[in-house]
Ligand binder design. Structure first.
Ligand SMILES: CC(=O)N[C@H]1[C@@H](OP(=O)(O)OP(=O)(O)OC[C@H]2O[C@@H](n3ccc(=O)[nH]c3=O)[C@H](O)[C@@H]2O)O[C@H](CO)[C@@H](O)[C@@H]1O
Ligand SMILES: C=C(OP(=O)(O)O)C(=O)O
Length: 418
């Protein structure tokens, strides 16, 4: 199993390019199910989750074409050979559930394996199911599969019990082909939802209000092909910015989307960073020890749960004490014991971790438990004295496009080992 070996103590300096956003690319790849024409996507990141979605879609009988190094993917769903998304693929990537809405809307039926829980929480999909039922679908759970059927979905008023990102995306995609108008209330406002809506609009969908809590969709009878460029990854960008700050570096992330990172940039400023931004770049620098910051994860535009572990890593070496409160997922502190192995001073009280910065971390063998936990360990390794070995980096490869290559280009001492 591959690992990352990180030798701490090198200051990050230079420019690094942000890749396309995993969480925008995944639902947009699934949106190709909504049309018989080609959907061409640019700025698609090289990630194992993207390869899994590619396998899932080609397993349904779709054409999925991508040249090896290319960031462009061509998709065509003129006809499918099956309407089943199998357990073997879905269990490796929960986001597979976003094929349910579009497949049902266009083909009248979909069978998608229930994703089950994962390391960070139970993560049920009841809101996806309830929303599709409100749109008129008959939904049953059969041998571990969500089986949904509807000749044609009917526009309806949907209010979700909580803000759900992929739930909003599934229902948004389903509603584009429904008969009549759908209103989704309590919708997720994440930039990735807006990017999906922009792609769907380019395909001929009629959508208003994406990026607000109320999205209105006027159903159309068919969608057509389009070309769309995937939004830059705000979580990858934020991870590099935190790494720069922790190593007291000077880093510019290019091809980025600063407007998607307001609260993260505010928190970095609070930690003592100098931040400059242009239309598509962010520069962060600092010449002193960062100050600890407190964060509380909430749906967008609040502080993102996907940046929580990285900010905890920052607090481990900062001056003072920070409180990190996780309100989205019930089990997203798996990185705590691993950061403690590096010498971090953290106590957990329910949903809050209290982190008091230490002068220095010390390198050790640590285990990645989920995607962002992995990133926090790699980043902590950059400032830990000596060598840190991060095991199980298949989690990291789900969502970071060649992270070690990008960090090495900024001066980090990091390599992938067997
Ligand atoms: C592929 C993708 O975009 N993944 C992101 C997406 O995950 P995902 O869309 O799975 O996360 P949700 O926004 O749905 O989850 C928010 C909360 O709602 C709960 N819930 C959700 C749906 C449902 O039917 N029932 C229910 O109870 C979840 O368990 C969780 O506690 O948003 C999360 C929250 O920003 C991010 O951490 C993930 O990176
Ligand atoms: C939790 C994440 O992803 P997923 O929803 O795909 O598990 C993430 O991107 O941090």
């Amino acid at each position: 199993m591959e690992k990352l070996k990180v030798t701490g103590g090198y200051r990050l300096k230079g420019e690094v390019k942000a890749s396309g956003a995993k969480n925008a690319a995944l639902p947009i790849l699934a949106a190709s199910l909504l049309t018989a024409d080609d959907l061409v996507l640019n700025n698609v990141p090289h990630l194992s989750d993207i390869r899994t979605m590619g396998k899932l879609l080609s397993g349904l009988g779709m054409v999925v074409e991508r040249e090896e190094q290319s960031e462009t993917v061509r998709l065509n769903a003129k006809s499918l050979t099956t309407l089943t998304a199998p357990y073997e693929l879905v269990k490796t990537m929960r986001a597979s559930i976003v094929t349910l809405g579009p497949m049902l809307a266009r083909f009248g039926e979909a069978r998608v394996s229930l994703p089950g829980g994962c390391a960070i929480g139970a993560r049920p999909v009841d809101q996806h199911i309830k929303g599709l039922q409100t749109l008129g679908a008959e939904v049953v759970i059969d041998h571990g599969y969500v089986v949904a059927k509807a000749k044609r979905l009917k526009g309806a008023h949907i209010v979700t019990d909580m803000v759900t990102v992929t739930g909003t995306e599934n229902l948004l995609m389903a509603a584009t082909l429904a008969e009549g108008t759908t209103v989704i209330e309590n919708a997720a406002r994440e930039p990735e939802v807006v990017d999906l809506a922009n792609c769907l609009t380019a395909m001929g969908a009629k959508i208003r209000g994406a990026g607000t809590p109320v999205i209105e969709i006027e159903g159309v009878s068919s969608l057509h092909g389009a070309t769309h460029s995937v939004l830059p990854d705000r979580i990858e960008t934020g991870s590099f910015l935190v790494a720069a700050l922790m190593t007291r570096g000077d880093v510019t992330v290019t091809h980025a989307a600063p407007h998607t990172l307001d609260i993260v940039l505010d928190k970095l400023r609070e930690a003592g960073a100098q931040i400059e931004t242009g239309e598509d770049w962010i520069r962060v620098s600092i010449d002193k020890r960062p100050k600890a910051v407190s964060v509380r994860t909430v749906p967008h535009p609040g502080f993102p749960t996907d940046m929580q572990a990285q900010f905890m890593a920052l607090d481990t070496i900062a001056e003072g004490t920070g409180r990190i409160t996780e309100t989205i997922f019930e089990n997203r502190f798996m990185h705590v014991p691993e950061l403690q192995r590096l010498g971090a001073n953290i106590t957990v009280d329910g949903h809050t971790a209290v982190v008091t910065g230490v002068e220095e971390l010390s390198g050790a063998n640590v285990m990645a438990t989920d995607l962002r936990a992995s990133a926090s360990l790699v980043i902590a390794g950059l400032v830990a004295k000596g060598e840190t070995i991060v095991d199980r980096i298949y989690h990291l490869d789900r969502g970071y496009d060649h992270m070690e290559v990008k960090l090495a280009s900024l001066g980090a001492c990091i390599e992938r080992i067997a």
